[in-house]
Design a protein around this ligand. Structure first.
Ligand code: FAD
Length: 423
């Protein structure tokens, strides 16, 4: 039987990130990870300025920067016609939000968090430790793992992902299947078509599908994510979103999209799920973070980032409880503080991600024409639809924007909807 202040169920990006931030503020954390090793999917990740700003504050950014790519633009293309519709100037965005937009390999982020966690004496890391049972005794919480071991803590944090076991202590709901499937992976840059852009994040939007491309690992690898709505799923087939369906869907797109498909890994695919936003993540001495709390569709490229923001908020709220055992009322107050900062905001990101997916994937003629025209006519210096997410806007950037600034780059024709980034 082990005793800690926080038991963290799950050692993904969310769990390790939160453990690290808590431990650096003096909280003792035990991370229980069900897999035999800490690890991530072999694919890329986008981190927007709202996340990199926080990673700088907590001292993680310097560890990942050398392995990251700092793209110049986030470009939105029509996947059928090959037309560029609009872009976000990411150098300009960095000035506006005071932190860069980066792309990197998931393992590079996870390993940076893991190494930092291994160096913390306040963290105990355990693998092959699948959380199965939870008992909240009021004055402490007891967790049992599949191997029969018992761990006692002041608080259990469920960072155990989309199919969270810990979430069942709070709410009886199920992940929601979108009927979309993703094929993704990072391959050596030599293996992709040489026309691919090496300093941009490119989002190709088409009917019921999209493709996102960007380099990772300091430009050595190229990451691609192909996502499409599966007709096979709608027909109720058990084996849906197959490689054959991938090929069929993408064969109707422009050449630049078609040439990307052969370099995608086909041996693994991810059906896309999210969860309904919920109004509380906490019950007694059990709370949630990351996908366990707010699993979202990836269309805003924010899921992992939001899980790191959860960790930062917990590391603000919990350390005031001090060393040793935590009084129940004081803990409830700290968790309220955490929830006040995070629940509504993350819920809004979840809901908005669904809407972005709908906009990207429109498949009838008139909505598609309208979507393209809105993107096409957007002023590339209009950040009004992304300020809420990437903000706050830096004071000097806000001042500079007052009387209309001269465009720093050749402007795309004008606009209303700020395209959100893509996963
Ligand atoms: P997970 O990564 O799922 O980690 C959960 C961990 O808990 C795992 O290690 C698991 O083994 C462990 N676990 C599970 N059950 C138990 C148990 N019972 N006991 C112990 N351990 C357990 N986000 C971004 O920020 N930017 C992007 O560009 C982006 N792109 C994406 C693209 C795609 C195609 C997808 C599907 C998602 C994308 N996301 C992106 C979202 C992001 O991947 C997730 O939001 C993020 O990985 C969630 O991290 P997590 O730690 O909460 O959960």
């Amino acid at each position: 039987m082990s005793t800690d202040q926080v038991i963290m169920a799950g050692g993904g990006i969310g769990g390790l990130g939160a453990a690290l931030m808590l431990a650096r503020r003096g909280v003792k954390v035990r991370v229980l990870e069900r897999a035999p090793e800490f690890g991530e999917v072999g694919a890329g990740l986008q981190l927007a300025p709202n996340i990199t700003r926080m990673l700088k504050e907590v001292g993680v950014f310097d560890k990942i920067a050398p392995l990251s790519v700092f793209p110049k633009r986030l470009v939105f293309m029509n996947a059928k016609t090959g037309e560029e519709l609009t872009h976000l100037d990411l150098a300009d965005a960095e000035k506006r939000y005071g932190a860069p937009y980066i792309v990197l390999h998931r393992s590079d982020l996870l390993n940076a968090l893991l190494e930092a966690a291994q160096a913390e004496e306040n963290i105990t890391l355990q693998t092959s430790a699948k959380v199965e049972d939870v008992e909240d005794h009021g004055d402490r919480v007891v967790v049992r793992t599949a191997d029969g071991a018992e761990h006692t803590g002041e608080l259990l944090l469920g960072a155990d992902g989309l199919h969270s076991r810990v979430r069942r202590e709070i709410v009886q709901d199920e992940p929601i299947c979108s009927g979309y499937v993703a094929y993704r992976g990072a391959v050596p840059v030599e293996d992709v078509d040489r026309r691919m852009s090496m300093d941009e994040v490119v989002v190709w939007m088409g009917p019921g599908m999209h493709l996102v491309q960007y380099p990772v690992r300091a430009g050595k690898l190229y990451n691609q994510v192909a996502v499409f709505r599966s007709q096979e799923y709608l027909e109720g087939k058990e084996d849906w979103g197959t490689p054959e369906e991938l090929d069929r869907t993408y064969s109707e797109m422009c050449e630049s999209v078609r040439v990307a498909i052969p370099s995608l890994h086909r041996n693994n695919r991810w059906p896309m799920f999210d969860r309904e936003p919920i109004s509380t993540w906490t019950k007694g001495r059990v709370s949630l973070l990351g996908d366990a709390a707010h699993a979202m569709l990836q269309y805003l490229a924010q899921g992992a980032g939001q899980s790191l923001l959860d960790g930062a908020a917990l590391a603000t709220a919990l350390p005031a409880l001090g060393e040793g055992s935590w009084d129940g009322e004081a803990l409830a107050g700290a968790l309220r503080q955490y929830e006040d900062e995070r629940v509504a905001f993350a819920g809004h990101v979840q809901s908005t991600a669904r809407v972005w997916g709908d906009i990207w994937h429109v498949d009838s003629y008139v909505p598609m024409i309208l979507r393209d025209e809105v993107f096409r006519s957007r002023d590339v210096h209009d950040y009004s639809f992304v300020d809420w997410l990437y903000g706050p806007v830096q004071d000097d950037a806000a001042a500079a924007a007052e009387p209309v600034a001269e465009p720093a780059v050749v402007a795309e024709p004008a606009a209303a909807v700020e395209p959100a980034p893509a996963a």
